[in-house]
Design a protein around this ligand. Structure first.
Ligand code: GDP
Ligand code: IMO
Ligand code: MG
Length: 431
C-alpha cells in the first residue's frame, strides 16, 4: 500500500487545499509544506471557527500531527512567529510539534520592497509577500538561510551586502528610496530567530528517519508553477509535483510509494494578472464570486471566476501524474440553470486539447464549451452519491471520463465534515 500522500493544487491556487489537507491529516502523522511561503492562504473551518494558515502546514490543527516547514520554502520569520503565537493563543499547542528546515531561505523586508517595485513595471499581481525576490536571491546565491543565523557576523555581513544592493537598485534603476534600517532588521531577525531556534533542524534527515505516515501539502497550484504554469504570470516556485524533491531534499524515489492527488474547484478562479481562457467577465462570473465567496485568503483581492477548464486540468493530471482528484465547491454551482466546461481551445481556426506554453497563444485561445443542464438543487453537505441530483452526477462523470482520473472525494462545503468519498482509499480517516 502507498503510505504517503501528496495534495497539490490543480488550478491557479485557492482550490480548497487547506480544507482537504486538514480533514485528511487525521490519518497522517506528519504534514509537510515544501514550497512557496506566506503567499499561500489555506483556509480551514472547524465548528464555525475559521483558521487561515500561510506558512505552517494545515495539518498542524490536529493535536497528533507534526508539522514540517521544509527547505524549499521561503520563510518570513516575523510572520512565522506570529502565526505560531496566534494558534497558541487560540488554545492550540504547536511549538513542540513544528520542525523548520535549517536550509530554508528567509524572506527579508528588502524582498518585499523589491516585490512592490517590480510590480510597478510589468505587473504580475503578486501577493507582495516578497516571494519572487526571495527566490531570486536564492538562485542568485545571495540568499540568507536559517542556518546562517547561527553566525551573527555572517548574517550581518550578508544583510549589509544585500541591503546595499537593493539600495542601489532602488535609487539607480527605479529612482526611489526605501526606509529600511540595517540595525533594526538585524535585531528583529535575531529576536525572531531566538524564538524558533529550538525548532530548526535538518528536516531532510528528519523525514528520512521518520517512520510515520506523511502528507505533503502543496501551495499555489499547477497553473502557477514556475515551469509548467502560465509563465510569466506564475509564482516563483514549482507548485506542481515537480517541486517535491527539491522542496523537501528527499530523493525522487522516496515519492514512488506516494499517492498523488490534486484539488480542483468545480469551476475556475485565479487571482492577479495572466491568461484565463474560461473567465466570465459578466453576471455569471460575479455570481460565482459571490456564491463562492471568492476573495483572497491572503490579500482579500476579489478572485477572477469562470467555468471549469478541462484543458488546463488535463495538463495538471499529466504533469503531476495524478492518481486522484478531489473536487470542491460543487455547491457553488447549485443555482445555475446551465453549467459549462471547456473541452478544447480554438486558436486561429484550429482546435487544440493540450495546454500551450506560449503566452501569445494562450491570450488568443477561445474556449470550446460543453454545456450541462444545471441541477438547481442544494448539494451542500450531501453525504453520498445517492444524495446528488442526476444532472450533477452527469457533470462529475464527464469530468472523470475526460480527464481519465478518478474523483476520489467531493467536498460539499467549507466545514471539516462537509465531504464524502466517491472512491475511498484503502486507509480510513480516523475519527
Ligand atoms: P487553498 O488556498 O487551496 O487552501 O484555498 P483557500 O482557503 O484560499 O480558498 C478556498 C475557500 O473555499 C475557503 O474559503 C474554504 O473555506 C472554501 N471551501 C473549501 N471547500 C469548499 C466547498 O466544498 N464548498 C464551499 N462552498 N466552500 C469551500
Ligand atoms: P494558495 O496556496 C492563489 C498568485 C498571485 C500572483 C502570482 C504570483 O493559497 O493556493 P507571488 O506573490 O507568489 O509572487 O504571486 O501567484 N498566487 C496565488 N494565487 N493562491 C495562492 O496560494 C497564491 N500564491 C500566489 O496572486 O498572481
Ligand atoms: Mg488560498
Amino acid at each position: 500500500m502507498k503510505e504517503n500522500l501528496v495534495i497539490l493544487g490543480a488550478q491557479w491556487g485557492d482550490e480548497g487545499k487547506g480544507k482537504v489537507v486538514d480533514l485528511l491529516s487525521a490519518d497522517f502523522d506528519a504534514v509537510v509544506r515544501y514550497q512557496g511561503g506566506s503567499n499561500a492562504g489555506h483556509t480551514v473551518v472547524v465548528g464555525g471557527e475559521k483558521f487561515v494558515l500561510h506558512l505552517l502546514p494545515t495539518g498542524i490543527l490536529h493535536e497528533h500531527t507534526l508539522g514540517v516547514v521544509a527547505q524549499g520554502m521561503v520563510v518570513d520569520l516575523e510572520l512565522l512567529v506570529r502565526e505560531i503565537e496566534e494558534l497558541e493563543s487560540r488554545g492550540l499547542k504547536v511549538w513542540d510539534r513544528i520542525f523548520i528546515s535549517d536550509r530554508a531561505h528567509l524572506v527579508m523586508p528588502y524582498h518585499k520592497v523589491l516585490d512592490a517595485l517590480f510590480e510597478k513595471k510589468g505587473k504580475i499581481g503578486t501577493t507582495l509577500r516578497g516571494i519572487g525576490p526571495s527566490y531570486m536571491f536564492k538562485y542568485g546565491r545571495k540568499g540568507i538561510r536559517l542556518c546562517d543565523l547561527e553566525d551573527p557576523d555572517r548574517t550581518y555581513r550578508l544583510m549589509k551586502e544585500n541591503l546595499e544592493f537593493v539600495q542601489d537598485l532602488c535609487e539607480k534603476v527605479y529612482c526611489e528610496n526605501h526606509s529600511l534600517d540595517l540595525e533594526e532588521m538585524f535585531d528583529k531577525t535575531r529576536e525572531n530567530y531566538g524564538k524558533i531556534r529550538e525548532r530548526v533542524t535538518d528536516t531532510t534527515r528528519w523525514l528520512l528517519q521518520f517512520e510515520g505516515k506523511v502528507l505533503f501539502e502543496g501551495a499555489q497550484g499547477t497553473m502557477l508553477d514556475i515551469d509548467m504554469g502560465t509563465y510569466p504570470y506564475v509564482t516563483s516556485s514549482n507548485a506542481s509535483a515537480l517541486g517535491l524533491s527539491n522542496g523537501t531534499g528527499l530523493p525522487p524515489a522516496y515519492f514512488s510509494r506516494a499517492n498523488f492527488w490534486a484539488v480542483s474547484k468545480a469551476y475556475t478562479t485565479r487571482v492577479g494578472e495572466g491568461p484565463f481562457p474560461t473567465e466570465l467577465l459578466e453576471e455569471r462570473g460575479e455570481r460565482l464570486r459571490e456564491r463562492g465567496r471568492e476573495y483572497g485568503a491572503t490579500t482579500g483581492r476579489p478572485r477572477r471566476c469562470g467555468w471549469l477548464d478541462l484543458v488546463a486540468l488535463k495538463h495538471a493530471v499529466e504533469v503531476n501524474g495524478l492518481d486522484g482528484l478531489v473536487l470542491t465547491k460543487l455547491d457553488v454551482l447549485d443555482d445555475f440553470e446551465e453549467v459549462k466546461a471547456c473541452i478544447a481551445y480554438e486558436v486561429d481556426g484550429r482546435f487544440i486539447e493540450h495546454f500551450p506554453a506560449g503566452l501569445d497563444t494562450l491570450q488568443r485561445v477561445k474556449p470550446v464549451y460543453r454545456s450541462f443542464k444545471g441541477w438547481l438543487r442544494d448539494t451542500r453537505s450531501a453525504k453520498s452519491f445517492s444524495e446528488l441530483p442526476q444532472e450533477a452526477l452527469e457533470y462529475l462523470q464527464f469530468i472523470e471520463s475526460y480527464l481519465k482520473v478518478r474523483i476520489v472525494m467531493l467536498s460539499t462545503g467549507p466545514e471539516r465534515e462537509e465531504y464524502f468519498w466517491l472512491h475511498e482509499p484503502a486507509w480510513k480517516v480516523r475519527s
